[in-house]
Design a protein around this ligand. Structure first.
Ligand code: PGA
Length: 238
C-alpha cells in the first residue's frame, strides 16, 4: 500500500457555521491549490460536515469527523453514528482525542474504532501521555494500555492511523523533541503485529515547527489543530 504523508486538520470547535462559509468563500481556492498532489483531510465539527462536503465535493480533499458513537445505533445522546458519518461523506474519524478521552474508557474507544471500520471509515486513534506520566517514565505503559483493546480488533484490511499526541504538547506551544517522538512511534509500532499502520504526530504543529518534524523517518503525517484553521499557516506546513 502506498503511504502518502497525511495532513489532517482538526478544526475542533473553532468555527461557527457562518464562519465556515466565510472561510471557504475566502480560502477554498487556496486550500485546493495547496492540496494538489497532497493528502489533506479536514475534520470539522459535526454540524459543518455537510457544508464542507458540498464545498469540497469536486476536489481530492477528504473529510473526517472528530468523534463517533460506539455503536451504529442506540441511546447515545449527543453523539453521531459512524453510519451517519459515512452517509455524509467522511472517510476518516478522530477517536480517543485527549479532549474527549477523559469521559471514555479505552474499551469504548476500541468499540468506536470497530464501528468505524465496519463502515469503511479509517479511524485516527489518538494516544499519548500527560506531562506527569512522562516525568514518571510511564509513557510506554500509558500508550500500551490505551492500545490494548485496539490491538484485538479485526481491521478488515483498513490501515488504521495512530496519532501520537502527547497531552502536554496539545495547544501549549511545547513540542517533544524528534527523539521523543521517534521513541514513541517505534514503541507504538512494536505493539502491532502488522507493520501496516500509519503513524502521525499531533500537538502544537505550526509552520515554524513542521519542517523539523518532517525529518522524522517513519512519520506518515500530521494532526494539526489551531494552525490548520489559518490558511497561511496550513499552506506553509503542507
Ligand atoms: P494543536 O492541536 O495543533 O492546536 O496543538 C492538535 C490536536 O489537538 O489535534
Amino acid at each position: 500500500m502506498i503511504k502518502e504523508f497525511l495532513y489532517i486538520a482538526n478544526w475542533k470547535a473553532y468555527f461557527t457555521h457562518n464562519e465556515v462559509s466565510t472561510w471557504m468563500t475566502q480560502y477554498k481556492n487556496q486550500l485546493v491549490s495547496l492540496s494538489v498532489n497532497k493528502s489533506v483531510v479536514i475534520c470539522p465539527s459535526f454540524t459543518e460536515i455537510t457544508t464542507i462536503n458540498a464545498w469540497l465535493k469536486d476536489t481530492d480533499i477528504k473529510l473526517g469527523a472528530q468523534d463517533c458513537a460506539p455503536e451504529l445505533t442506540g441511546a447515545y445522546t449527543g453523539q453521531v453514528s459512524a453510519s451517519s458519518l459515512k452517509e455524509l461523506g467522511c472517510d476518516y474519524c478522530i477517536i480517543g482525542h485527549s479532549e474527549q478521552r477523559n469521559h471514555q474508557s479505552d474499551g469504548i474507544i476500541a468499540d468506536k474504532a470497530q464501528v468505524l471500520i465496519s463502515q469503511g471509515i479509517t479511524p485516527i486513534i489518538c494516544v499519548g501521555e500527560t506531562h506527569e506520566q512522562r516525568e514518571a517514565l510511564q509513557t510506554n505503559q500509558v500508550i500500551k494500555n490505551q492500545l490494548e483493546s485496539i490491538l484485538k480488533l479485526n481491521m478488515n484490511n483498513l490501515q488504521p492511523i495512530i496519532a501520537y499526541e502527547p497531552i502536554w504538547a496539545i495547544g501549549t506551544g511545547i513540542l517533544p523533541t524528534n527523539t521523543q517522538i521517534i521513541k514513541a512511534i517505534d514503541f507504538i509500532k512494536s505493539c502491532f503485529e502488522s507493520t501496516d499502520i500509519r503513524m502521525i504526530y499531533g500537538g502544537s504543529i505550526t509552520s515554524e515547527t513542521s519542517e523539523a518534524l518532517k525529518e522524522i523517518e517513519n512519520l506518515d503525517g500530521f494532526l494539526i489543530g489551531k494552525a490548520s484553521t489559518d490558511i497561511q499557516e496550513l499552506e506553509k506546513i503542507v
